[in-house]
Structure formats: structure tokens, C-alpha cells
Design a protein around this ligand. Structure first.
Ligand code: NAP
Length: 324
């Protein structure tokens, strides 16, 4: 791609982030549409806020969500702080349980059990990853499924597979809502999911294949052992990329008109940013976007939807809509 085309697309993304009227006109004339996760998440949060106000008016308890944070990993701290901030902004009560990096597995399991037993807490998360000396799966399985608003417990995963009421893991749930909001047709389409983690890729592949309004796609699930991955992505109508490898998906790997959902978030140091780092997605946005019908940016695409979906799960937990 020539430099000036790349400059135009960089400008377009910059304009998108500034959200000016000029940008909207500009985007409408450029062929592809940016999926604005920030806007959709804000609308969902406004709706949740109204529901919380309604619960208050009825004299009912407001949802109370807890987060357990082990250690001082910068990215985890940011994610948890953003989740707590989002809880407060919609009127939820929130509790942060902080434990040191060297906490024992038993002590963490005790804390989980306390939250399981605490009747005032409607749902909670344990922020991952955990330090290496702790068995993550053991901790996930210690969370009572009715409070597992991350949807990682095998009972919730199993219920999701069987199409039974459950907490759907927040990132895949957020992506489904984005596709729904933008009325993106998935039925009969070929969806390629790249990455098969338990929290993103695998549940995403299941959701896209289900016989549901957002679903009914023919799904190919790719991973690090997939041979000639490009042959699959070139056939894809929808690509959901969740591998954590910056700028992995390039223009030569996609066909015209494809829908691209970029889940990847990699923090890299940046002197230009006030935070000292910037976030990179798995997709080389500047060159892939011109071939797309729809594409999510990073940041501002899937990330905000993950938090909004967690809040939705929190509200469901408080209303006891999944488990009575
Ligand atoms: P993960 O547990 O590390 O899994 C990565 C997956 O990608 C694995 O299945 C791996 O294959 C596959 N993979 C790695 N390199 C590959 C390659 N070159 N070709 C094909 N497949 C490859 O990661 P995750 O937790 O799913 O997260 C993925 C990314 O999404 C990360 O950047 C993470 O930060 C981001 N994320 C974002 C959000 C959000 O809210 N936006 C939420 C969660 C995660 P194998 O299984 O064969 O190893």
C-alpha cells in the first residue's frame, strides 16, 4: 500500500477516536465501517444504570460485585481498576480484594470461599493471570457457578455449549453484542476464529456456530498448529482474531468485504503516550481496514464491550435471572 493511502487510514482512525462530525461524514464515504465498541458499551452501561436506579426505587438492593486481584501486575491493575470504575459508574456497589503476589493457593481459595458465602456479594471475578505457583483452574472451579460472572467455571461453559441459561464469558459475549448492534449477518457465513483460549477463542467459535440469531455460521477454529492459516482467512467472511500477536493479520490474508473483529491487546512501551504505553491489536489496521466491510479498532473496539458485558452478567447475577 502506498504511503499516502496509509496516511489517509491513520487519519481516519485518529478522526474516529476524536469522534467529530467531520469524521462521521468522512467514514460514511470510505466504504468500511468502524465498529465503535466504546459507543455501544456506553449505551449498554446507560441501560444498566437505569435498571439499577429502578431497583433502588423499588427499595431493592443494588448489585454488589467483587474483584480479587493478586499481585501488582500493571495490566491486571488497569483492567481491575477499569472494572471497578465501570461498576461505580452504573451504580453497582463494588469491593476490591487485594492479595499479595506471594499469597498461597490455600489462602486465595479461602478468600474465594468467603465471597461464595457472602450473601451481600452477587457475583465476583478473580483477575487472571494468577502467579505461577497458583493453579488457575482450581481457583476458577472454586467459584460457585451462580456468582461466576466471568463465565469461566466448567458449569457455565457447559451450559453455554448446551444453550442453557448461563454467564457467557464477557469478551465473546461483547463480540456477539457488537455483531448484533451493527446487524451483521452471520447466518451461513464462514467465520474464522484465530486463537483457541478458554476465555476467548474457544467459546467464540461455539457461539458463532450455534443455532441463534447471532450464530449459524460455519466456523473454522485456527491456532498455533494450524498449517497455512492464510488459506482459511482468505475464505473468511468474518475473522475474529484473538492471539495476542501485534499486527499479525495483514491485508494479503483477507478478502474484500470481510468483517474483522480484533480482540488482541498488547501493551508496548511508548514515549508519546501519557500512560507510558500504547495498545496494539492483532490486526494491521491501516492496511486491512480498506478491504473490510466492518472492522473493530484497538483500542475502542472489543475492550470496552468486555467490561459492559461483565456488568450485564453482574446485573443478571443480582436479579438471580440465571441461577435462583
Ligand atoms: P492466549 O490464552 O494466550 O491464547 C492465544 C491463542 O492464540 C492460543 O490458542 C494460541 O494457539 C493462538 N496463537 C498464538 N499465536 C498464534 C499464531 N501465530 N497463529 C495462530 N494461532 C496462534 O490468549 P487469550 O487470553 O485468548 O488472549 C488473546 C489476545 O486477546 C491477547 O492479546 C489478550 O490480551 C486479548 N484479550 C483481549 C480482551 C479484550 O477485552 N479486548 C479480552 C481477553 C483477551 P495454541 O493454543 O496452539 O497455543
Amino acid at each position: 500500500m502506498s504511503d499516502w493511502v496509509s496516511i489517509i487510514h491513520k487519519l481516519r482512525l485518529k478522526q474516529f477516536r476524536k469522534r467529530t462530525k467531520f469524521q462521521l461524514i468522512f467514514i460514511q464515504n470510505m466504504g468500511y465501517q468502524i465498529i465503535d465498541g466504546k459507543k455501544v458499551a456506553k449505551e449498554i452501561q446507560e441501560q444498566i444504570k437505569k435498571e439499577v436506579e429502578h431497583l433502588k426505587q423499588l427499595g431493592q438492593k443494588v448489585p454488589h460485585i467483587a474483584a480479587v486481584l493478586v499481585g501488582n501486575d500493571g495490566a491486571s491493575e488497569t483492567y481491575v481498576n477499569n472494572k471497578i470504575k465501570a461498576c461505580n459508574s452504573v451504580g453497582f456497589q463494588s469491593t476490591l480484594v487485594r492479595l499479595p503476589e506471594y499469597v498461597t493457593e490455600n489462602k486465595l481459595l479461602e478468600e474465594v470461599e468467603k465471597l461464595n458465602q457472602n450473601e451481600d456479594i452477587d457475583g465476583f471475578i478473580v483477575q487472571l493471570p494468577l502467579p505461577r505457583h497458583i493453579n488457575e483452574q482450581k481457583v476458577i472451579e472454586a467459584i460457585v457457578p451462580s456468582k461466576d460472572i466471568d463465565g469461566f467455571h466448567p458449569i457455565n461453559v457447559g451450559r453455554m455449549v448446551l444453550n442453557l441459561p448461563c454467564y457467557v464469558s464477557a469478551t465473546p459475549y461483547g463480540i456477539v453484542q457488537l455483531l448484533e448492534y451493527y446487524k451483521i449477518e452471520t447466518s451461513g457465513k464462514h467465520c474464522v476464529v484465530i486463537g483457541r483460549s478458554h476465555i476467548v477463542g474457544s467459546p467464540m467459535s461455539i457461539l458463532m456456530a450455534k443455532n441463534t440469531p447471532i450464530g449459524n455460521a460455519t466456523v473454522t477454529l485456527c491456532h498455533s498448529k494450524t498449517k497455512d492459516l492464510k488459506q482459511y482467512t482468505l475464505q473468511a467472511d468474518i475473522i475474529i482474531c484473538a492471539i495476542g500477536s501485534p499486527h499479525f493479520l495483514t491485508a494479503d490474508m483477507v478478502k474484500e468485504g470481510v468483517v474483522v473483529i480484533d480482540v488482541g491487546i498488547t501493551r508496548i512501551e511508548s514515549k508519546d503516550s501519557p500512560t507510558g504505553y500504547k495498545l496494539l491489536g492483532d490486526v494491521k489496521f491501516d492496511e486491512v481496514a480498506p478491504k473490510c466491510s466492518y472492522i473493530t479498532p484497538v483500542p475502542g473496539g472489543v475492550g470496552p464491550m468486555t467490561i459492559a458485558s461483565l456488568l450485564k452478567n453482574g446485573l443478571l447475577a443480582a436479579k438471580k435471572e440465571i441461577y435462583r
